[in-house]
Design a protein around this ligand. Structure first.
Ligand SMILES: Cc1cc2nc3c(=O)[nH]c(=O)nc-3n(C[C@H](O)[C@H](O)[C@H](O)COP(=O)(O)O)c2cc1C
Length: 200
């Protein structure tokens, strides 16, 4: 079984339509650890030792958050700045994260088409996720395909609940280790994992 960690960041969860529904599912999956960063650190005062220990204890690490200004809420940056230390996460002696998978679970207001070269935002979501992708590489991790929910403002509650059910399936399959994980970085969206044949 793979050990899956979700580092969750939403600065105004009480106003959330999307992540509040996703949490109803992801918080309760056996074998998946849920870590709410704003709940733990409302003043952004991150406990680095705790966060590093959590990373060491897991194989697949997700940052789950709404897409804000083509990136993530502020605490995600604070977490990266403080937790991914030189000599621990990267650098000559920094090997603590070697071989792990890293990715994002994100919701975006923009549609899938808007995140294309011809679309309103002029770039794919993968282009914008480059700091995460390259950070994973620098820390000797593989960046897996992100789980992306596009166009969330147009979704009604039942659409969001369907996405939540799909995310649950993806996380359970990753946890159960029934997949050859090597194609993961090549997928456009992690929900495509559900179309891959399971290993026997
Ligand atoms: C401060 C802020 C910045 C945002 N920036 C973006 C953005 O760059 N691209 C985008 O597609 N949506 C953007 N949005 C829309 C959010 O991604 C969307 O509201 C969120 O994913 C919905 O999830 P929630 O209901 O859990 O809050 C932004 C929203 C806020 C409040």
């Amino acid at each position: 079984m793979a050990r899956v960690l979700i580092n969750f960041a939403h600065p105004a969860l009480e106003k959330s339509r999307v992540h509040s529904q996703l949490l109803r599912v992801v918080k309760h999956i056996p074998g998946v650890t849920f870590n709410d960063l704003y709940e733990q650190y409302p003043d952004l005062d991150i406990n680095v030792a705790r966060e590093q220990q959590l990373l060491e204890q897991h194989d697949i690490i997700f940052m789950q958050h709404p897409f804000y200004w083509y990136s993530a809420p502020a605490i995600v940056k604070q977490w990266m700045d403080l937790v991914l230390e030189h000599g621990w996460a990267y650098g000559h002696k920094g090997k603590a994260l070697t071989g792990k998978y890293f990715s994002n679970i994100i919701s975006a207001g923009g549609s899938e088409h808007s995140y294309s070269l011809e679309g309103h935002h002029g770039h794919t979501i993968h282009d914008f996720l480059l700091p995460f992708i390259q950070t994973a590489k620098l820390c000797n991790m593989q960046y897996a395909a992100p789980f992306v929910l596009y166009g969330v403002h147009r979704q009604d509650l039942s659409d969001i609940q369907e996405d939540a059910a799909q995310l649950k399936q993806v996380l359970e399959r990753l946890r159960d280790d029934k997949f050859d994980l090597t194609p993961l970085p090549g997928l456009a969206n992690l929900n495509q994992l559900l179309q891959l044949p399971a290993q026997t």
